[in-house]
Write a protein that binds this ligand. Structure first.
Ligand code: SF4
Length: 349
């Protein structure tokens, strides 16, 4: 795990997502917690460490959720796969994943047992995408009205060919690129405060387009085989359509005028759960997001970017600094950018 985390750090990453399968025999929950600690303890040559680990793991009993809440994680995510119960039961006829309701109420359990930030998602392609979108919106509304905390993120993966899953090559309710655009646009309008996550399953050109419709978070340089970062050629779990290196994804975002952000400010300051929602819902969070994005981009440019990306990134920072709405925050951001140039790291609002 340390080797894997170090390999990610060397690419410039600061945030990582850790997954665990359903088999207790292959990996116990306590071992997974140890793995999180191991990943946090890794350092690259520049002394950087992973600043936030989000987890995507199966529904857990209350005692495990309470342990997880003490494990310095960011967002806890469980995908429903499909919200359509009959399809779900057909796809998962046996084993630990067979309980539709355990999965559906995983977030209620998490928020009742000490976790503050949760992520939801559906695997598009198993059932009618319109039903899945309405269900994601309803799931968000339910969490918000019951706990005062809607989903921190919504993920919209599409079924992709996967090893040992013949169905994945011909999904029963395949979703076209045009429909993907509608899915993202509708979710962005319906749940404006949430982060919408897109994976490297999608092609580079579609990912670029979906940014303009509402996607806010993407993975970059992902490997889907265990050990794949530190031992290239370790196999894959499913196919990826965006195989660009992290640096290439970042360059492309900068070229399009987007600010690649590695921010972890909210988690570090305990700005989570209801406190986060109070700022996110009215859009006030951007007073933190924009300066933090500029500071983390500056760090990346200093430590990991080539000369060309650095030049373009610096120009973007200078341009976007003018968009920080509050003059005092703008001035403080400028000061902090200078501190980063002088060697300080990990500065955030
Ligand atoms: S300040 Fe914005 S980008 Fe940073 S962790 Fe909070 S919500 Fe995310």
């Amino acid at each position: 795990m340390r080797d894997e985390a170090r390999a990610l750090l060397e690419e410039g990453h600061k945030r990582a997502l850790m997954l665990m399968g359903e088999s207790e025999r292959e990996c116990s929950f306590d071992r997974f917690l140890e793995s999180i600690e191991a990943a946090y303890s890794a350092r690259d040559e520049k002394g950087s460490s992973v600043r936030r680990i989000n987890v995507e793991i199966p529904p857990q009993p209350p005692e495990n959720l309470r342990k997880l809440s003490r494990a310095r994680i960011g967002t806890y995510t469980v995908f429903q796969e499909t919200y359509h119960r009959k399809t779900y039961e057909m796809m998962h006829p046996s084993g630990p994943k067979s309980s539709y309701l355990d999965r559906l109420y995983a977030m209620d359990e998490a928020l009742s047992n000490g976790l503050n930030d949760v992520g939801i998602g559906a695997l598009f392609g198993l059932y009618d995408y319109r039903f899945e979108v309405l269900s994601l919106i309803e799931h968000s509304r339910h969490l918000d009205s019951k706990f005062g905390v809607g989903p921190h993120t919504i993920s919209v993966p599409r079924v992709e060919p996967a090893e040992g899953a013949p169905l994945a090559s011909a999904p029963p309710s395949g979703v076209s690129d045009g429909e993907m655009k509608k899915i993202v646009a509708v979710l962005r309008c319906a749940v404006p405060y949430t982060g919408i996550i897109l994976s490297t399953r999608e092609t580079a050109s579609l990912r670029d387009e979906l940014f303009s419709l509402g996607v806010s978070q993407i993975s970059a340089g992902s490997k889907t085989g265990p050990g794949g970062y530190s031992r290239p050629g370790s196999g894959t779990q499913f196919s990826l359509n965006d195989t660009r290196r992290t640096g290439e994804v970042i360059d492309s975002l900068i070229m399009q005028g987007y600010i690649p952000s590695f921010c972890t400010g909210c988690y570090r300051l305990g700005r989570v759960g209801e406190d986060f929602m109070e700022l996110a819902k009215p859009g006030l969070i951007k007073l933190h997001c924009l300066p933090n994005a500029l500071l983390t981009l500056k760090e990346y440019l200093q430590d990991y970017a080539g000369p060309e990306a650095r030049e373009k990134g610096e120009a973007l920072i200078e341009k976007e600094l003018g968009s920080v709405p509050d003059p005092a925050r703008r001035e403080k951001t400028r000061e902090n950018l200078k501190k980063i140039e002088d060697g300080e790291r990990d500065i955030y609002f």
